[in-house]
Design a protein around this ligand. Structure first.
Ligand SMILES: Cc1ncc(C[n+]2csc(CCOP(=O)(O)OP(=O)(O)O)c2C)c(N)n1
Length: 366
């Protein structure tokens, strides 16, 4: 990560490639403030709690997957400040969260229930549908496929004179997809109220950022499409929050999209089907363990005397208990009839699917 830092977000208007603002940072690695805290102490503590909830959820799910009780999943370990900080800048009553698959912590802040998150990871159909009152699209596995949809959603809100804005989350690998460029182009032309949040976590599976792009930053790609791009320290809750907050204000004000590049790091696995020890340099991993966003927030909360160690331990226990309750509740959900899955693929069952279903029924009968 570049060490150049400025604390306050740049004025996002009038940014050109010659005047790319430097990386936004509020907290140094030791959790010391470089600038005024951009939110209340209560909000900072709540942000920390949700980051922790996301971290412990992911750890629990990796463990359950290893026990054969969950399907393949993509943990967001190390990236909690990026997604929670961005979600905190939204108004969950009016604004939409459009995820990829690695931003559960931010989705929890936006109101996604833990129980549904567990059910999603066991493939339960009840989790396939986002609850009606939640302004969120479903998870997206096709890289950058959610971005044109997010722009359509944002453009639609604008046409309806709705005050809502859209946060669309994706990874560094997504910036190499046509969908990203088409979405960014259209958003720029239509001044769609969308914030593109690129979580630059250093990797697209085993592809490094240097192999991904020759651009100096991902944020600068926005300039080609006529809107601002800004890099922030993605492991600094306050930097992400302040940067996205300004982007949200621009979008709500009719000034159009912003690309926010949150520079972070994937501390966990790409997915549970991946083994990063085969390609990730050990020293690189250790460097980023030192920059863990949770640890940085803990240091900050303690040094500002917002909490003491005992309070942090209590929060840890409370989060563990919430997860236990949500997982118990999820397990109480009646298992779906497996034939459900066959019925959801096409309007008319294809001959091949029918053969699969017949074979499945024969096996089921034994
Ligand atoms: C359109 C498409 N192409 C390829 C893949 C296979 N694939 C799955 S994850 C991934 C890497 C994505 O990296 P990035 O966008 O940086 O997001 P991250 O997984 O690091 O969060 C790829 C290439 C896919 N899911 N969708």
């Amino acid at each position: 990560m570049k060490e150049a830092a400025r604390a306050a977000p740049a004025n996002l208007d009038g940014v050109s490639s010659a005047s790319m603002p430097p990386l936004v940072r509020y907290l140094d690695q030791d959790g010391e403030l470089l600038e005024d805290q951009p939110m209340s102490d209560e909000m900072a503590l709540e942000g920390y709690r949700v980051m922790l909830r996301g971290r412990r959820f992911d750890e629990r799910c990796v463990s359950l997957q290893r026990q054969g009780r969950m399907v393949t999943l993509a943990p967001g370990i190390g990236q909690e400040a990026a997604t929670v900080g961005a979600a905190m800048a939204l108004d969950s009553d009016t604004d939409w969260f459009v995820p990829q698959y690695r931003e559960l912590a931010g989705q929890l802040w936006h109101g996604y229930p833990l129980k549904l998150a567990f059910l999603w990871h066991v493939g339960h159909p009840i989790a396939f549908q986002v609850p009606g009152d939640l302004k969120m699209l479903p998870f997206q596995a096709a890289i950058a496929g959610q971005l044109p949809q997010a722009v359509g959603l944002a453009w639609g809100l604008r046409l309806k004179r709705d005050s809502g804005v859209v946060l669309a989350v994706f990874g560094d690998g997504g910036t190499s997809q046509g969908d990203f460029h088409e979405a960014a182009n259209l958003a720029g032309v239509m001044k769609a109220p969308v914030i593109f949040l690129c979580q630059n976590n250093g990797w697209a599976i085993s592809t490094t950022i240097e192999q991904q792009t020759a651009s100096e930053t991902l944020a600068q790609k926005a300039i080609a499409y006529g809107f601002p791009g800004i890099q922030c320290d993605g492991n600094d809750l306050f930097a992400v929050y302040a940067t996205v907050r300004e982007a949200v204000a621009r979008a709500r004000d009719g000034k159009g999209p912003t690309l926010v590049e949150a520079v972070t790091y994937r501390l966990g696995l790409h997915t549970t089907a991946d083994d990063p020890s085969r390609y990730e340099p050990r020293e690189m991993h250790e460097l980023w363990v030192d920059r863990d966003p949770l640890r940085r927030m803990q240091r900050h909360l303690i040094s500002r005397e917002i909490v003491d160690r005992a309070a942090l331990d209590r929060i840890e226990d409370e989060v563990k208990e919430e997860l236990r309750v949500a997982w118990d509740e999820a397990q109480k959900e009646p298992a779906p009839d497996p034939s459900f899955y066959f019925a959801q693929v096409h309007r008319d069952t294809s001959p091949r699917l029918r053969r699969d279903l017949e074979r499945f029924d024969r096996n089921r009968r034994g």
